[in-house]
Design a protein around this ligand. Structure first.
Ligand code: TYD
Length: 145
């Protein structure tokens, strides 16, 4: 996805059920997210001041949720950067393929839950920023992603 832009990434309001005993938010395949969820993983015990991410994916769609606490997600399409503060367990940030992302400012005890459209594949990652810029600038390559 060489041509995607940070403006293709949006905050999605999730289903929220409030009962006196606490709240529940629900994410259902292809209903609440525009992809089929094949994997869920979560980041936790992130040390203060630590940064995560610093990579892009060629095909992977993700919904990033601050299941607990807060953190910032900075998205970059090679031209424009946008930073989102995630601090509500009933909101998810949809990140489309072809976007460089960095996560930082994790609050103590925060949990970053990621719903992903594909199983883990290391060759879907671009981990070098210059390589990412080259990838985004070669829009007319015959590769589909
Ligand atoms: P990575 O995606 O680079 O972490 P982050 O972007 O959150 O900083 O993954 C960190 C390590 O965990 C890396 O060695 C690969 C491994 N990993 C898996 O084995 N399976 C997975 O589903 C994920 C997300 C990571």
């Amino acid at each position: 996805m060489k041509t995607t832009k940070v403006y293709d990434c949006t905050m999605i309001e999730l289903d929220r059920h409030h009962v006196p005993q606490g709240n529940i938010s629900v994410v259902e395949n292809e209903k609440d997210v525009p992809f089929e969820i094949k994997r869920v993983y979560y980041l936790y015990d992130v040390p203060g001041g630590e940064s995560r991410g610093a990579h892009a994916h060629k095909e992977l769609y993700q919904l990033i949720v601050a299941a607990s606490g807060s953190f910032s997600v900075t998205l970059d399409d090679g031209e424009v950067k946008r930073t989102f503060l995630l601090n509500r367990p009933y909101q998810g940030l949809l990140v489309v393929p072809g976007i460089w992302r960095t996560l930082d400012d994790f609050s103590s005890g925060s949990v970053c839950m990621v719903l992903a459209s594909e199983k883990y594949k290391e060759d879907d990652y671009i981990r070098d920023y210059d390589e990412f810029l080259t990838y985004k600038n070669n829009k007319n390559d015959t590769q589909t992603c």
